[in-house]
Design a protein around this ligand. Sequence first.
Ligand code: IPE
Ligand code: IPE
Ligand code: MG
Ligand code: MG
Ligand code: MG
Length: 330
Amino acid sequence: MQTGSTLYDDRTGVSALRGLGAQARGASGRLLPEIWMQDGAKRVEQALARLLCAEDDGETELMAAMRYATLHGGKRTRALLCLAAGALADTPAHMLDDVGAAIEMMHACTLVHDDLPAMDDDVLRRGLPTVHVKFGEATAILVGDALQAHAFLTLASLDAPGDNRIALVRELAQAVSAEGAAGGQAMDLSLVGKHAELDRIVAMHRMKSGALVRASVRMGALCSIAEDAAHAALYCALDRYTACFGLALQVVDDILDATADTATLGKTPGKDAAAQKPTCASIMGLQAARQFALDLLRDAGEAIVPLGQRAERLAQILQRANVYLSAPYA
Ligand code: IPE
Ligand code: IPE
Ligand code: MG
Ligand code: MG
Ligand code: MG
């Protein structure tokens, strides 16, 4: 895999952040952003490797393909959001690692299916051939199915009270339901070749990408903070944060699809235009879309100000997203 400050292999955005002068505040005693993100991504990847391990009697092709889909790169944004939200309370790291791994399994499932010929028909993901290119279309469909099942199995098997596990399972299921990612993907396909107003694109983005981002943060919090009247303000702040950040993530993805190159993306660029998909970038223009994303990231930051220092890691994730908008656009 290629090295350098690419989006797909520079999982923690460390080199990109360095380039923009990320703040080092080691003297405060807190982990530097690049260190906790690097450490967090590594721990979640170890959890993924453990949870998707081969049986003693050998690895099936399906399991090999599942590991291929999950263990080779990715920025781990959703897992890091979960860890960052878990830091709002003293959540045990081992629990967050498994919850983060479950979220990454589900995310990988959506990517594998998104790349299928019947969907976006993509041949490159995270700098490697897509799962259906490498293992065949039938296996890729099953990889998505099995990853989804493993995500729920992981949550159901957590060493945590039943109520917590049910809340986590419900949260993840909702995020990929017809009201979440699946519904958003259906809307995405229905808009191919059509004109769409911005509010429709925004609604689609909130479902296809925003819902899992929202769940990632809420799941990190739900590990140890009950969603009750005493914590209503906290969950409200988190929802405002994710509403902005989830949308920003997909707007940035749309901008990069139109502006970045294959080596930077680890994906084939220009796919949205080639498939005649309306995006924020195509509707608003690149400069306006970039400003839209920047405004969203700023609003996300403002939403968690009332949470104080304990939300520091959630704020640091926004800084990393900002990096991807630093490139000049035509
Ligand atoms: C890609 O997500 C699909 C979107 C919803 C934008 P990411 O850009 O987070 O993909 P990875 O996990 O880093 O590969
Ligand atoms: C996919 O959006 C969102 C998902 C739910 C997976 P895209 O189709 O724009 O994601 P990429 O560009 O292929 O990563
Ligand atoms: Mg797609
Ligand atoms: Mg796609
Ligand atoms: Mg895209």
